[in-house]
Design a protein around this ligand. Structure first.
Ligand code: SER
Length: 587
C-alpha cells in the first residue's frame, strides 16, 4: 500500500463514520507564539477541544504535516523521523472510548488487514490525578485482544498533553505493531525502545484540562484525539523493518549512495531525514536564521552536512537530495511544485554559508592547537571548553575535533566538553520551556489585541502597497506582532507612516469587530482575504473589522478597535527574496 492509498483509506473510513474531513493546518502554527511547529493534528483544534463550537461539526478527521524536534536524537533508529504525516480523527464531545477503540481496531484489522496477534496495546494504569482506565482495558478485550497483550503503564507512557503548560489532556491508549525482530530481552515490552514494538496509533481521551496551578479539572466535554503515523504504518503494511525502508525514501537513498564513498546507515538516515524536514520548513517560507523556526532549520541543514561528511561527501549535495525528495513526495504534497526553486536556492545558500563557517572554525582550531602544543605539559588534555566553543560558535563537529586531535596524538578533555555541553543544554531547555509558557491557547488580552491589529495591518498594507500583498506568516507574542508578507522591496519611510496612520485611523473610528460562519465560496465572493486552501463546501469563520477589513480567521478578536489604543511599527525588514517582515506593537 502506498502512502497516498493509506491516507485516502483513512479519510474515507472516517468519512463513512460521519467525520468532516478538515483542511490540514500549516506546519508553522498561525497566531500562536507558544510552539514553533505543529507537532500533532490536535494543535489547531485546542480551542474546540476546550469547548468552542467547530464550524464543521463534532466529528473531524484529517491528515497533517508535523515536525517533532524533541525526537531528534532518536533519528537514525528504525522508527523516528523529525518530519512525518499524522492521520487523525477527533470527537469534540461526541463519541468516546467505545467507538474510538472499536473503529481503530476495525480500521487496522479489517481495512488494513493487520492480524490481531500482531497488535499490542497499552492503557493508563491510574495515578493520583486520574483512575486506571479500566474501560479501555475491557474494550480492547471485547475486540479480541488477549489480556496478556494489554500492558498497563503510568503517566510517562499513557498520558498525552497538555502540549503546553496548560490545556486539554488525558489518558491515552496506544496501539503497537509487534515486529518480527527478536525481543531485546525476555522482559521486552511496548515501553521499551528496542524496536520490537512499533507504536502506530495513539488514542487520547481528553477529558481533563490542566490549569495553571497544576490541577486537572474535568473538561465540560469528553473528547477523543487520535494520531496515526503515516510512514510507520505504511512501513509495517509493506513488511518493512524500518520507516526508512518505505518506497518514499528509496530514490532518495539511491541518490545519496551515488554521492557517498562510505557506508553508514545511521548517517544516511539522518541526512535524508534532516534534508527532508528542511525542505518542508522552507516550503513554509521559513529561512535559516538564528532564532525560532529559522534556527531549527539551520541546525537541521548543518547537522545533515556534518553527517554527510561521515559518508565521505565533501562537496555540495543538498540540492541533489532535495530534488530526489521532491520527486518522491510530490504526489503527497503537490504544493512542493510551486516552491522548488526557492527551496533549492535557500538550501544551497545555507550549505555555502556553513562551509565558510567551518573554514573559519578550522583556523581558530589550528590556533588553539598551536597554543596547546606550545604550552603542553605531559598529562594535559585539549581543553573541553575550547572544543565546546568551536562546536558552539563555528558548528565545528566534535567528532571532527577528536579526529584532528587524534592525528596529533592529543586527547580531548571529553569530561569538560560534556559538562559544558550539559550546562548549555540546560539553558536552551529553559528557553524552550519559556516558549511553552503561554500555553497553546494563549488568548491573553494582549495577544487578542495584537491579533486584531494584524488584520488592520494586513488590509492597510494592501491599500498602501497594493493587492499583491499576501500574508506569508504571522506570529504573536504578548509583546508584539510579527507579520510576513509578499512585497518586492523595502518599504519607504513614507509608506511606513502611511500604513501606521491608516491603522491608527481605524482604531480611532472604534470599528466593531464581528464574526460570521460562511462557506469558503461565500467568503471568496465577499472578497475576504485569507487562506483559501480549504476544501470546497468547507465553512470558515470570517472576521469583519467595520467596513475596513474582512478576513478568514479562527479568532479570537477584540470587540471594538478602540481597545487597541494606538499602533506603532517598530521594525521593517527582509525575510527572503520577495518577502518582508513587519514587527509592531499596540499601546
Ligand atoms: N495528540 C496525540 C499524539 O500526538 C494523538 O494525536 O500522539
Amino acid at each position: 500500500m502506498t502512502e497516498l492509498e493509506l491516507r485516502n483509506k483513512f479519510l474515507e473510513y472516517f468519512r463513512k463514520k460521519k467525520h468532516a474531513i478538515i483542511a490540514p493546518a500549516s506546519l508553522i502554527p498561525e497566531n500562536d507564539s507558544s510552539v514553533l511547529f505543529t507537532t500533532a493534528g490536535m494543535h489547531p483544534l485546542v480551542p474546540y477541544l476546550l469547548g468552542e463550537i467547530h464550524p464543521e461539526g463534532k466529528r473531524l478527521a484529517n491528515f497533517q504535516k508535523c515536525i517533532r524536534t524533541g525526537d531528534i536524537d532518536e533519528v537514525g533508529d528504525d522508527w523516528h523521523l523529525t518530519f512525518f504525516e499524522m492521520l487523525g480523527n477527533w470527537s469534540l464531545g461526541d463519541y468516546f472510548k467505545s467507538e474510538s477503540i472499536k473503529w481503530s481496531y476495525e480500521f487496522l484489522t479489517k481495512e488494513l488487514g493487520i492480524p490481531n496477534e500482531k497488535l499490542a496495546i497499552t492503557v493508563f494504569k491510574g495515578n493520583d490525578d486520574a483512575p486506571f482506565d479500566k474501560e479501555s482495558f475491557e474494550l480492547w478485550k471485547d475486540q479480541g485482544i488477549s489480556e496478556d497483550k494489554i500492558y498497563m503503564y503510568g503517566k510517562s507512557e499513557n498520558w498525552w498533553g497538555p502540549a503546553g503548560i496548560t490545556g486539554p489532556c488525558g489518558p491515552d491508549t496506544e496501539i503497537f505493531y509487534i515486529t518480527n525482530r527478536n525481543p531485546c530481552s525476555k522482559d521486552c515490552q511496548p515501553s521499551c525502545n528496542c524496536g520490537k514494538y512499533n507504536e502506530i496509533w495513539n488514542n487520547v481521551f481528553m477529558e481533563y484540562n490542566k490549569i495553571s496551578n497544576g490541577d486537572y479539572e474535568p473538561l465540560s466535554q469528553k473528547n477523543v484525539d487520535t494520531g496515526m503515523g503515516l510512514e510507520r504504518t505504511v512501513a509495517i503494511l509493506n513488511g518493512r523493518n524500518s520507516v526508512y525502508d518505505i518506497d518514499l525514501f528509496k530514490p532518495v537513498f539511491q541518490k545519496l549512495r551515488q554521492l557517498s564513498s562510505i557506508t553508514d546507515l545511521v548517517a544516511e538516515r539522518v541526512v535524508i531525514d534532516h534534508v527532508r524536514s528542511a525542505c518542508f520548513l522552507l516550503l513554509e517560507d521559513i529561512v535559516p536564521s538564528n532564532v525560532d523556526q529559522g534556527y531549527v532549520l539551520r541546525r537541521l541543514i548543518r547537522r545533515a552536512i556534518r553527517q554527510a561528511r561521515k559518508l565521505g561527501i565533501n562537496t555540495k549535495f543538498t540540492q541533489d537530495i532535495a530534488n530526489a525528495i521532491f520527486e518522491s513526495h510530490i504526489e503527497l504534497y503537490p504544493e512542493i511544485s510551486k516552491k522548488k526553486e526557492f527551496i533549492l536556492t535557500e538550501m544551497q545558500n545555507e550549505e555555502e554559508k556553513f562551509a565558510r563557517t567551518l573554514q573559519k572554525g578550522l583556523k581558530v582550531f589550528e590556533k588553539e592547537l598551536e597554543i596547546f602544543k606550545n604550552s603542553k605539559k605531559k598529562e594535559d588534555k585539549f581543553s573541553g571548553k575550547a572544543a565546546f566553543y568551536l562546536y558552539q560558535t563555528y558548528g565545528f563537529p566534535i567528532e571532527m575535533i577528536e579526529e584532528e586531535l587524534k592525528d596529533n596524538d592529543i586527547e580531548l578533555n571529553r569530561k569538560q566538553f560534556d559538562t559544558e555541553s550539559k550546562n548549555h543544554q540546560k539553558l536552551s531547555r529553559n528557553g524552550a520551556k519559556k516558549k511553552f509558557a503561554g500555553g497553546l491557547a494563549d488568548h491573553s488580552d494582549e495577544t487578542i489585541k495584537l491579533h486584531t491589529a494584524t488584520h488592520l495591518l494586513h488590509q492597510a498594507l494592501r491599500l498602501v502597497l497594493g493587492e499583491h500583498v499576501m500574508q506569508k506568516g504571522s506570529n504573536i507574542t504578548t509583546e508584539r506582532l510579527r507579520f510576513d508578507f509578499t512585497h518586492p522591496q523595502k518599504l519607504t519611510p513614507d509608506e511606513i507612516i502611511k500604513v501606521e496612520t491608516l491603522v491608527n485611523e481605524q482604531i480611532q473610528r472604534a470599528l466593531p469587530v464581528t464574526v460570521t460562519e460562511i462557506t469558503v465560496e461565500e467568503a471568496k465572493r465577499k472578497n475576504a482575504i485569507g487562506l483559501f486552501e480549504k476544501k470546497y463546501g468547507t465553512k470558515v469563520k470570517v472576521y469583519k473589522v467595520g467596513d475596513f477589513s474582512i478576513e478568514i480567521c479562527g479568532g479570537p478578536h477584540v470587540s471594538t478597535t478602540k481597545e487597541l489604543n494606538s499602533f506603532r511599527i517598530i521594525k521593517e525588514q527582509a525575510v527572503s527574496a520577495g518577502i518582508r517582515r513587519i514587527k509592531a506593537k499596540v499601546q
